[in-house]
Ligand binder design. Sequence first.
Ligand code: 13P
Length: 338
Amino acid sequence: MIENDSALNATIEALTARGKGILAADESLKTIQKRFAPLGIDCDDTSRRDYREMLFSAPGLNQYISGVILYEETLKQKTVQDLPLPQLLKQAQILAGIKVDLGLIDLATHSCEKTTQGLDGLDARLKEFKNLGASFAKWRAVFTITSTQPSQAALFANGLALARYARICQDNGIVPIVEPEILMEGDHDLARSAEITEQVLNSVFGLLRNQNVCLEQMILKPSMVIPGEKAACVSVEKVAEATLKVLLRTVPAAVPSINFLSGGQPEALATAHLNAMNQQLKHAPWNLSFSYGRALQHSSLTHWAGKTEYRQQAQTILLKRARLNSQACLGQYSASEE
Ligand code: 13P
């Protein structure tokens, strides 16, 4: 059933514009502190605002970026000139999104596995976020791969939370980004990564159906099928092939767009993987794009390092990464541009 909600349809159309992707700038307070610390940047509300304002005001960013995912603090912050940051994005013709999950907690009785909290009160929070200018949202669930994990309990608890979140978003006219992230931690090989990704996505889509989530009005944000960080690397082509095989088996063609997370991959590698997938898949049932955090921001943040005098160069670096990923969405990226 395609629901007749023109706001949801308009958001999907804008977010999935060909050759554009999403900038994930929704790091929690703890995560952004972890990114700032090695660069000696004091992490306070002003430095976080200055950093995000620098990113969002990069001239022409909307040629490559259709939406930015914000952390709640950022949604409520104003520029130095007193303009709310969602308004700054609106002026740049970029949609504002909001991370609505409240982070990970231990999955009781399942050692080392996690579940995501934030469903209580979500309906009221979404109404507030919509008033502040958000038109889409994100919820992240994580799965770890070991010889015995993810457990059935982790698959069910996380899939159900993603599905309930997605349905509550759609009821509020907000497009949900459904993010089941399979972590790179571990020594699993490519085949095990493919096996678990298939299991996770099958489970997630079963539960999305169970909760009557409209597939046409959501975006999937998965991890790519890659070996664990302690396992031997495989070629870009093999990652692309394995990822496409799993996605074709599990993701209904009704889903308009798959926007990958980068998950700690180096910037150029995340771009090369996306490009290879778009080259290999000639008749994709869905748009294949990006919703990168680190793989868009890392070099830009490192260059900026909290210094106003480096602001413009940091923006140039962000724009280059965004442009290369935009080319990767079209299968037209060339590594010689790095
Ligand atoms: P990374 O691309 O750095 O994995 O971040 C994407 C994201 O939104 C994580 O939740």
